[in-house]
Each structure stands twice: as C-alpha cells, then as structure tokens.
Design a protein around this ligand. Sequence first.
Ligand SMILES: C[S@@+](CC[C@H](N)C(=O)[O-])C[C@H]1O[C@@H](n2cnc3c(N)ncnc32)[C@H](O)[C@@H]1O
Length: 212
Amino acid sequence: MKYNRVKNAGYAIEDSKYVIKNPELFKGKWKDVFNNDRPIMLELGSGRGSFIIKMALAHPNLNFIGLELDMNQIGYAAQSLISNQLTNLRFIHADARDLGEIFFKEINTIYLTFSEPWPKKQDERKRFTHESYLRLYDRVFKKDKHIILKTDNKILFSSALESLSQYWYSFNRVSMDLHNDERKIENIVTDFEKQYIKEHRQIYYLDAVYKN
Ligand SMILES: C[S@@+](CC[C@H](N)C(=O)[O-])C[C@H]1O[C@@H](n2cnc3c(N)ncnc32)[C@H](O)[C@@H]1O
C-alpha cells in the first residue's frame, strides 16, 4: 500500500500545534510538553497517524507521540487534526535511529505497528526489533521496557520473537492471527491493517516486557 502525496505538507507541519519542532530540545523533559507526569506511549513509523490518534482519543489519561520519517505523512496527520483539541498527542518528524537524541528515560511503551519488514537478510539491521534498536530503546524507556508489535509479515514477526527473547524480554501475549483470536486483545485498526483485512491477510501480534 502506498500513500498519495499531501499538498502543502510542510506548511501543515509548520502551523500545527501537534507537531513538535526541534524535538531534541525536550530530551528528558517530555513531561513538560504534556504538562503532566502521565505515561508516554511512542509509536515509531506512525504514518498518517491513524493508530496513534485513535489511541489518544481512547485513552485521555495517557500521553502519545507519533514519530515518523516522512514529512508528507506527518503533514497529513497535522491536517486531519486541525479541528481537534487533543492535549495528549504530539508528532515528531524524525528518524527512529535518532531516538537517543530525542528522549532519555521517559517512554513507557513503544508501538511498532506495521513497520517496514525489511525481509532480506542484508537489511535485517534496519528492522525496528534488531538488537541495535533494542539497545537504543534501553536509553529511552523510563523503567520497565514494553513493546507492542503488529505486522502482516512472518519474517519480521519471527525475527522479532527471536531478538526480543534473546534480549530477555518475556511475552505477555503472542497471537499468530490477531483478528481471529478468541482472547480479548485491544486492537485499534491502522490504515495499513484496514487494507490487509480486505485482503484476508493474517496479522501477527506480540506484547513484550522486560521488568527492571
Ligand atoms: C507501513 S507504514 C505503517 C504506518 C502506520 N504505523 C500504520 O500502521 O498505518 C511504515 C511507516 O514507517 C515509516 N518509517 C520507516 N522507517 C522509519 C524510520 N527509520 N524512522 C521513522 N519512521 C520510519 C515510514 O515512513 C512509514 O510511514
């Protein structure tokens, strides 16, 4: 699935109160951005924000941040929020590789929803669950580490299970077929997931923790 270009994405970002410019200035101080000490939940690769916006609406007592590399997608999210007054949501235009410049010991949960799968062996370092990313997350998690991942890609999923277990995470929940799982698992459907539902694709899910 490909997104179309968004007209004036740059202006939408510039004018939006939801998009934090120079996010590295808030490293270690994100509670000041939200004006409270509530848990901060971060989505890496938030696309047009369909997941994180719905999460922020559903959980007003938690804070949410969508981090996205593509300015066009952030512009779309900013435009879609123009008439909203959400105080618990922000977006950052950044590369996930720079997480350590933006946060320090202040994130409660990281969501990896339909991240790029990078299925080829030579690209495995780019997967958001590669050990190098898990080490990076250690610098930004507040105390316990908590990762929730959804994907339609079996290679990404099995490599995530392997690298998280090798890094001593344990699993609260694993589902090999989220949409047909008999257990009640909170699921907010993302843009990409909507498309996969139409195509009857299986969705893999995991909720992993490391308690410090
Ligand atoms: C397949 S889309 C999923 C979007 C959204 N999570 C969803 O489920 O609808 C993956 C997103 O990750 C973003 N992305 C890829 N690499 C990234 C990186 N290194 N840092 C931040 N975002 C990245 C892409 O630009 C794209 O918007």
